[in-house]
Design a binder for this molecule. Structure first.
Ligand SMILES: [Fe+2]
Length: 185
């Protein structure tokens, strides 16, 4: 009965591999659904509306880093991460994934500096994916009186990839800023 034997082997093989194939199919589907854009606030969140767009590049600063996971978080209009000011579980956060051109977009409110002062307002980024090591970045805003001379110098050295970016308020009342990121190896 060679035919039956073959059929049995094929059936057993299908049963053996099916869960793995199903998992791969689902995992690919889920990962494809992570958008490159997120709204970080609920309607009614106090603060001035603020949109950040940008592109994540590889270490050469030219090649877009596609499908990188970007976790961003920041303080609210009071300078707090949450009611208990816990930055490990911030209230205003988003996880997105850069698109095929490395682009991302965050729609949120303009963060305020910490209540104690001394540290400029900022947005934290954690970026992971591909074969890059996980890495962190901070976005600061030009004109912030709490920026130190050292921070300005460090940002200027990185040119278009510096952490201090200009921002502009549109006629619609929305602050806009472009923050491009160059990944490290
Ligand atoms: Fe912070």
């Amino acid at each position: 009965m060679p035919l039956r034997k073959t059929s049995l082997i094929a059936m057993l093989a299908a049963l053996y591999f099916a869960p793995g194939l199903l998992f791969l199919y689902v995992a690919r589907g889920v990962s494809a659904e992570v958008p490159s854009s997120a709204v970080m606030t609920s309607p009614g969140e106090p603060g001035e509306p603020f949109h950040v767009t940008g592109t994540v590049y590889g270490p050469d600063g030219v090649t877009p880093a596609a499908r990188m996971t970007v976790y961003a978080f920041h303080t609210d209009a009071e300078g707090l991460y949450s009611e208990t000011n816990d930055n490990t579980n911030p209230r205003l956060k988003a996880t997105i994934r850069t698109d095929a051109q490395g682009r991302y977009e965050l729609r949120t409110i303009r963060p305020a500096p910490y209540p104690g002062g001394g540290i400029p307002a900022h947005i934290h980024y954690r970026i992971s994916g591909s074969d890059f090591p996980d890495q962190g970045f901070e976005l600061h805003f030009e004109g912030d009186p709490q920026l130190s001379a050292r921070m300005k110098e460090r940002s200027a050295k990185r040119g278009g990839f510096g952490s201090i970016r200009p921002l502009e308020r549109g006629a619609d009342g929305v602050w806009r800023c472009v923050f491009d990121i160059k990944l490290r190896r």
